[in-house]
Design a protein. Structure first.
Length: 240
């Protein structure tokens, strides 16, 4: 059975429906990418799965449990992590304090200390800045901190909203490689990403959204190789 399923999702803000009848699933160990042109509803879809956008209709299942319209804090407790595109760190707190906030719902002090050390080993850039306020970090370092903080909750599935946005090519490569390492170690990933090539090249499975609807789905590299899809929905030329 899939680790996570969203069925026939219709979602938006207020009375405005942006996402119309979209379904997706994530299996254990998958990296699933949601791509498409700007304004296609990708971020709205992701937010609706966590109670951050209005869900008009549809069903959300995690490990066969119905979590439709779950509160964001409850999503963390059941095993979902979320990294928003912006405002994803507490800028007035230090790196270490941000990581501790990621484990706010946990009570296993020894486990938290162990996970802090693990995060510093996984993200050495953060280890060098653990006492620095997050506002002093570079864009890439902030994104690594946001990911590490979400991992402090020990999620089985990590949902990320455009984790490579606004980053330099070098920083983007670092962030992507760390995410692939996290996936390789057993955490499933569901990510919205504007960098279509990087997303689909590495995705176990991908969904292409256009005007709020899923227009195509399939294995990431196969979607990327389809010349008609590349031109019509991905804003790319016929060849990579």
């Amino acid at each position: 059975m899939p680790l996570f399923e969203a069925k026939n999702i219709c979602a938006g803000y207020g009375d405005v429906m942006i996402v119309n009848d979209v379904s997706l699933s994530v299996s254990n160990g998958d990296l699933v990418a949601i791509v498409g042109p700007n304004g296609s509803g990708k971020s709205t879809l992701l937010k609706s799965l966590l109670g951050l956008a209005h869900l008009f209709s549809g069903q959300v299942l995690y490990r066969e449990r119905d979590i439709t319209r779950i509160a964001p804090w409850q999503a963390v407790e059941v095993g979902l992590g979320y990294v928003p595109q912006v405002n994803n760190v507490f800028t007035n707190l230090t790196v270490n304090e941000n990581l501790e906030m990621g484990a706010y719902h946990r009570h296993d002090k020894a486990g938290i200390r162990s996970d802090l050390e693990e995060m510093y080993q996984r993200f050495p850039e953060l280890a060098a800045r653990k006492k620095a306020r997050a506002e002093t970090l570079s864009g890439g370092e902030r994104q690594l901190l946001a990911i590490a903080r979400a991992m402090m909750a020990r999620p089985r599935l990590l949902l990320l909203d455009e984790p490579l946005a606004f980053l330099s090519p070098k920083a983007s490569e670092v962030v992507l490689n760390r995410l692939l390492q996290i996936q390789a170690e057993g955490t499933s990933l569901l990510l919205v990403e504007q960098n279509t090539i990087k997303a689909l090249q590495n995705a176990s499975y991908g969904y292409i959204l256009n005007e709020g609807r899923c227009v195509m789905e399939g294995k990431g590299p196969q979607l990327l190789a389809d010349g008609s899809l590349r031109e019509r929905f991905l804003g790319l030329g016929k060849e990579v």
